[in-house]
Write a protein that binds this ligand. Structure first.
Ligand code: ADP
Length: 259
């Protein structure tokens, strides 16, 4: 790895996400307490924690969908709630069941990724080439004309990643993207994320599958209202942060089963 790619050199670059002493509660009780967190370009970060530990809330604060009660949240150097350069960041939600009603094809989903660039205008041949390349990257070219309602959960998530790639996002934010996806597709899905990260795409993922996280992410943030651990994945697996945050031993943790 070149020196410019080391994390100390990254400190001089604009962070993708920068939270400073962020506190937030839906009521007077905080569900996120004084969290400071910086994510640099090219990182692969997993946020883990038990149900109700504030993972989704933290992600909403990062994306500017919620505003902190105190502290600051920045996205690409701007206050997150004012950030409006949406195509730089692709968001992939738990689509496995949510998108079942959508009767459009995979290519039409991916085409939506070009809308921030073309507005209501027609897609140029270059736009279509970007759409095709995105489909190819996620291994979905053969399914381009299939309706998303006729895809497996894993295929559907690939289609949504392709949409983010077509928008030329260089950051992917994924909220438990493999819920409801079968185990072999989960592995293939993670291999795709690894390849995208190798290509320089920043990945931030909320994940309940701790096995997948420890195998793939480079950095883990373990949360339960506050940060119990933030550091390299190997150190996380050797630490007792998991047991502390979950209040149980690691071997008994099956957060997926308690969804
Ligand atoms: P996680 O994603 O880790 O499961 P959440 O961020 O969804 O946790 O929730 C953190 C806490 O905030 C939980 O106690 C949850 O019940 C509460 N909460 C989440 N969303 C809302 C909301 N819209 N209104 C009130 N309370 C909420």
């Amino acid at each position: 790895m070149s020196e410019s790619a080391t994390s100390s050199a990254n400190d001089t670059r604009e962070p993708v996400i920068d939270l400073s002493d962020v506190r937030f509660g839906y009521t007077t009780t905080p569900v996120v307490g004084d969290i400071s967190l910086r994510i640099d370009p090219g990182e692969y970060v997993a946020i883990v924690g038990p149900n109700g530990s504030g993972k989704s809330t933290l992600m909403k604060l990062m994306l500017g969908l919620l505003q902190p009660d105190s502290g600051t949240a920045q996205l690409f150097g701007e206050p997150s709630h004012r950030f409006d350069d949406g195509e730089r960041l692709g968001y992939v939600a738990q689509h496995a069941s949510a998108s079942k009603e959508m009767p459009i094809t995979v290519r039409e989903v991916v085409k939506m990724g070009r809308f921030p660039h073309v507005g209501f205008g027609r897609l140029s041949s270059e736009d279509w080439a970007i759409v095709d390349r995105a489909l190819d990257t996620v291994g979905m070219s053969a399914f381009a004309d299939r309706r998303v309602t006729q895809l497996s959960g894993g295929q559907r998530q690939r289609a949504f990643i392709a949409r983010a790639l077509a928008s030329e996002a260089n950051v992917l934010v994924l909220d438990e993207p493999t819920v409801g996806v079968d185990i072999e597709s989960v592995e293939a899905f993670y291999e795709l994320l690894d390849a995208l990260n190798d290509d320089g795409i920043t990945i931030l993922i909320i994940e309940h599958d701790l096995g997948a996280v420890t195998e793939h992410a480079e950095r883990v943030v373990c949360l339960n209202k506050e940060v119990y651990f933030d550091g390299p994945t190997a150190e996380f697996t050797d630490s007792d942060a998991l047991a502390q945050a979950f209040g149980v031993t690691a071997s008994t943790v099956d957060a997926g089963g308690s969804q």
